[in-house]
Each structure stands twice: as C-alpha cells, then as structure tokens.
Design a protein. Structure first.
Lengths: 331, 328
C-alpha cells in the first residue's frame, strides 16, 4: 500500500510505518554462497498506530505480520522504508533517541512458556527492564514491581516465585507486567491469547483492554483469529503475501469487507452459532511461495473474481469509501 | 449446520468409563465416569479445556493409554457389539485402524519423516487386508485422491517434509480413512492449520462422512468447530461430562454454568461485544479435586450443596442433560 490513512482527528499518530520492506536473501552453496533469489517477506507496508488505539494485523502464516512486528521492535533491519515514532524516523535519529524508542515500544509474545527466563524470580524478571534503563534505587524498583503485579491481577506473594510455578494465563500476566514496566507508549502483542485456554483468553483480553484505558497505551495486535481482532481492535489491516490488501476501522471492515481475500477469510472463520449463515467461499489452493510470487495481484490465482488484468497489473491502494483502503482492481 | 438424515443405529457406546493415573502426587482421575453413545453417520463433539480429560477419553477408546501409570479402572466401550476393554492386545490391533481410527493434532509428529507418504498410507492398508502389493498401492493412491491430494501419483513418493501443513494433515486423514473405519476420532485436527486451510479440511471431512456414513468424534476446545461440524455435544470439565445435548440445545439453552460461561467468554466475529464475560480462576488440578462439584469454586451460582455433593444428571429434554444442582 502506498498511501496512508488520513488522521481521523480522534487521536494523534504515535507510530507510523511508511512503505516498509524486508527482503531476505536466498543463498546457495555453503562456502562460496551466492544469492539466488529474494524472499519478499514484507513488501511495502504502510500503516499508522494512534494514541490509545489498537491496530490489528491479520493474515495467514507467512503473510509477513510477524516480520513487520520484528521491524517495529528493531529486531530486524528494514530493507527499505521507514518507521516514524512521534514523527521522527527511528533509523535516522541519534543513538539516545533510538534507546528511548526501544524502551517505549515493548512486546508480549505468543508463548508464555518460552518468553520468560525460567531461572529468574518474578520480581527480578519484572525489575530487569527498569534496572537496565532507569537510574532508580532498589526500593523504588521493588515498589513499582508490586504496583505492576497488582495491575495485572497478581499479588505480592507471587513476586518471590519462579515462572514454572504459574499457569499459562498467569504467565501471560507476568509477560504483560514486564512489558508495562517502562511505561511504554506502544506494545506489540504477537498472538497474545492463542496459546491459552478458552476460559483464560477472555480474562487476558479484558485485562489488556483495561490497561489500555488506564495507561492510554497503543497496541499493535497480531492475530489470525478474526473474532479476537473484532473484540480488541480499533483499526484492522489484512495482510497477504507481505502486503496490506485492506485497511479500515474495525466496524467498517467487518460489516463491509471489500477485498476478496478479506471476504474469504471471514467465510472461512468458524461460526459462533450453528445457525449462523455463512457464504460458502472456500479458497482453493494455498498461499503461493513468497520466493516466486505470481505476477500482477498476488492474490489472483486463488481469487474467485479474478479478471484478465489481475494477472498483469499490480494493484494500488484505493479509497472507495472514506477511511477504507483496499488494493484490488474490482474497485 | 448439519442436517443428517442418515443417523442410524448406535455404533459406539461408552459406559461409565474411568481412567486413572498413578502419580507421585496421588491418583489422578483423568476420566471419571464418562458415558455417551454415537450413532451411525453422526458427529459428536467433545469440548473442554486442557486437562479436562477429553484426550484421555480418546486414548481409552483406542486402548492407547500408557499402562502403567495409567489404568482403565472400570467401564465398557462397546463398538459394533464388542467390548473393546475385554479384548486382548492382538485382537485390539486388528480393530485399531479398521473399525476405529484416529487423526491427531500435529501432522508434523504423527507422520514418520523417513518414509514416503505413499508407503505410510500403504502400511495401514497392508496391516488389515491380505492382498497383493500391487493392489495395496492402488488402494493407497485411491485414498490419497479421496482426500484431494493434487497429482497423487507423483506426490505419493514425497516425504512429509516436502508437503505443507495442510497437505500433511490430509495424508493423516487418508491414513485414518484408509480401511473404512466405522468411527473416526479427530483430536483437534485443525489447530495447527491456517483458517482458509482449516475450512478446506473441515469441508473434506464432511464430504467423506457423507459418502461413507462415517461416525465422527471431534475433540476440540473451539466452539466454532462444534457449531460448524457437530450434531451433538458433550462438554467436559475435570474428567466428567457436565452437559450433553444436541448442538442447538447447547448453543440456545446452555444449562450448566460452565457451558454458559464458556459460550459467553468467546468473542464473536458477527457482532460487537462491549465486554466479554470472563470466568475467574483456573481449571482445577485433577489430583486435588474439591469435594462436590469441581466447578463450584469458579461458579457464579454456587450453593452450599455444590461444595459437598456431586450433582446428578438432570434431564432438560429428551436429548439434553446437565449435571448441576441449580436445575434440581
């Protein structure tokens, strides 16, 4: 997508991605390896995250949503494009500013079994980011650890335990407390509930919403489950093969999906009631390899509405209705 | 969703099944008095969270519970007039795969990485049919075509790592149906698949079921799969079935507080929800179950009686019952 949404006026932009790209080289040979191709994991993605709002990135595995998140967390260097934080390009600014960016953008990952160090006590786990980044005395740090534990629904008693003594839901609470430690402005949530039990998911989703209201933090939520996205998000971007195919406010996207891929995703999603009427729109085939994407619109080989020009012309983002962007030749 | 006109006689009957495990923390009652039946051509969903005993129920039906530490303490599993728990290991081997088959969750680990997929499908067929090698291969090919593997002749020679997750799960499905079982148990068959691939796979299972009048048992934690696939549902909590009914009974009139709460805590794609209901606390650990109803500590309608006595099954209609004192 090349254009970016206009500010809707209800919030200022905190984080912006402009035409972000990440291409991974494919090499052949071990010693004298040469590059034989490129995997375009993310290929020109633009979006904005506003203060106190949640942007959802939806898509199937391999669509580039996690690579996008890694770039925002500065764990991957983008091949091209820029990340703007409070209007400033994070790759062109000073070392000190980058450091500040890193502490303002935190992450909560999918698997709370592998994201917490098993050899650290809870209080050390949560204190660690503060000890590294802040010049704070021990008493102050411990006081804040207690406050954070209370914020996520745990108590003082838990601070002395090790991660293995907690259930999955509690561990995810710990990961959230740790992410909140530095008063971040943006938290990247990479599938935060999909590893949890059904009855625990609602607890964590509600907790995340409460914390957002309390601290006015912005979320970038990566998910594959559309129902979760509808519950959590303000804006939704649908990704396919490294590109955003549709971007709209959550209600608009769910009530009036435009891109055929978005429609297919919705009809493939599981119903919430046996009497729910769903359009039968089952996509044939699988996502093509990003190593060798089809010409024209990347979606055309699986698209039921494909026209002649779809296999030739590259799609561009259009805005058929206000604040609703779609990359498709149908519009 | 399923309007099965072909629901016929009972093919599988499970009666008061109890499977316990001995651990150093004491006896874990993983399955504690589970009874249900399954008719021909019907799809039954067994829903519950991790640790509720749904997978151990499935393992007991296949007689695959590791003994020791496990032990099937009591109960009957009658398949086609025969009690599986009375059979010798040799007799059970003949039944596994040919009369009752299993599709497990992870196609990565359920296929052998060093054999081609063709030979893995053929292995299942060879075990149960005394036929020449040529026709085994032909049959394997036919089964692979049935699960819509494109270019099955050439892909037969592929190894599991050469296939995508969706294709691998199809191969696992092919092995499951290769000997035309009466009952197919699918344990979370689509959790590792993408949504559009999941939709393809569920449709395939439905088509196969229609074609061969197969009885399906879906073990899942996802009410979406239940809504899409199942005729009847059993909700499990802490080793017991707490509510059972037709899919519409469960979705329209959930009677057990646990079922009610679970349904209310799932976000919906079709409508905005202001705030999700969330069940406080966590599922109990099975070696240290509270006395009385195991859901009592988390239940919003808890009464004194719930903490001392386990509630009986209370019929709501001919097809629907729940175990809760609130209904008594």
């Amino acid at each position: 997508m090349t254009t970016t949404p206009e500010t809707s006026g209800n919030g200022q932009i905190i984080l912006e991605a402009r035409d972000l790209k990440k291409h991974f080289p494919v090499t052949k040979g071990l010693l004298f390896s040469k590059i034989t191709g490129w995997i375009k994991a993310v290929d020109g993605v633009s979006f904005e995250v506003r203060v106190g709002e949640t942007l959802g990135l939806v898509g199937e595995s391999g669509c580039g949503k996690s690579t996008t998140a890694k770039m925002l967390l500065m764990l991957e260097e983008p091949t091209d494009g820029s990340i703007l934080f409070e209007g400033e390009d994070v790759h062109l600014t000073t070392q000190a500013k980058r450091r500040e960016y890193r502490s303002s953008v935190q992450a909560v990952f999918q698997d709370p079994w592998s994201s917490l160090n098993p050899r650290m006590r809870v209080r050390d786990l949560i204190a660690e980011p503060m000890v590294i980044n802040w010049d704070m005395d021990r008493g102050g740090v411990m006081e804040r650890v207690q406050k954070l534990l209370n914020d996520v629904g745990l108590n003082e008693y838990h601070s002395n335990l090790f991660p293995h003594e907690f259930s999955g839901g509690q561990r995810q609470r710990l990961a959230i407390a740790r992410a909140l430690a530095l008063n971040p402005k943006v938290i990247v949530l990479d599938e935060p509930v999909s590893a949890l039990d059904v009855s625990i998911r609602a607890q964590i989703m509600n907790l995340l919403k409460d914390l957002q209201n309390e601290y006015n933090v912005s979320y970038l939520l990566i998910a594959h489950d559309l129902a979760t996205v509808r519950y959590m998000c303000t804006w939704v971007a649908v990704m396919y093969l490294g590109q955003i195919v549709e971007l709209a406010p959550v209600k608009e996207l769910f009530e009036n999906p435009l891109h055929p891929y978005t429609k297919a995703l919705m009809s493939a999603a599981l119903p919430s009631h046996p009497d729910t009427v769903q359009d039968e729109m089952i996509l044939m085939g699988e996502v093509p390899s990003p190593l060798n994407p089809p010409p024209g619109c990347y979606f055309h080989p699986r698209c039921p509405f494909a026209m002649d020009r779809c296999s030739v012309d590259v799609t561009e983002a259009k805005e058929p209705s206000p604040q609703h962007w779609v990359s498709c030749h149908l519009y | 969703m399923v309007e099965s006109a072909t629901i016929g006689e009972i093919v599988l009957e499970v009666e008061d099944l109890r499977t316990y495990f001995r651990t150093r923390f004491g006896t874990v009652k993983a399955v504690d008095g589970v009874s249900f039946n399954l008719r021909k051509g019907e799809t039954l969903g067994i829903v519950g969270e991790s640790g509720c005993g749904k997978s151990v129920t499935m393992l007991s039906m296949m007689r695959l519970v590791p003994i020791p530490p496990g032990r099937i303490v009591s109960g009957k599993i009658v398949l086609d007039g025969e009690d599986l728990l009375q059979l010798s290991e040799g007799e059970m081997t003949n039944i596994r795969g040919s009369k009752i088959a299993l599709i497990i969750q992870d196609p990565m680990t359920s296929l052998n990485p060093v054999f081609s997929i063709g030979s893995q499908v053929a292995e299942a067929i060879k075990l149960h049919h005394d036929i020449p090698h040529r026709s085994v291969v032909d049959q394997a090919l036919e089964v692979l075509r049935k699960v819509n593997i494109p270019a099955a002749e050439t892909r037969m020679r592929d190894y599991p790592h050469q296939m995508s997750g969706g294709m691998r799960q199809r191969v696992v499905g092919a092995i499951g149906i290769s000997c035309e079982p009466m009952v197919l148990i699918a344990d979370e068959p689509t959790t590792s698949l993408d949504v559009t691939i999941q939709a393809q796979y569920l449709k395939l299972l439905k088509d196969i079921q229609k074609e061969s009048d197969l009885s399906l048992i879906f073990i899942t934690h996802d009410f979406g799969i239940v809504a899409k696939m199942c005729d009847r549902v059993a909700v499990m909590y802490a080793g017991r079935i707490v509510e059972m009914g037709s899919v519409r009974d469960i979705f329209n009139h959930p009677s057990h507080p646990y079922t009610e709460a679970l349904l209310a805590s799932v976000p919906k794609m079709e409508q905005d929800v202001e705030r999700l209901y969330s069940i406080e606390g966590q599922p109990p650990t099975l070696h240290d179950l509270p006395e009385g109803c195991p859901f009592a500590p988390r239940c919003p309608h808890v009464m004194d009686r719930c903490r001392t006595e386990y509630p009986p099954q209370i019929d709501q209609s001919e097809t629907h019952y729940a175990s809760c004192w609130r209904l008594a």
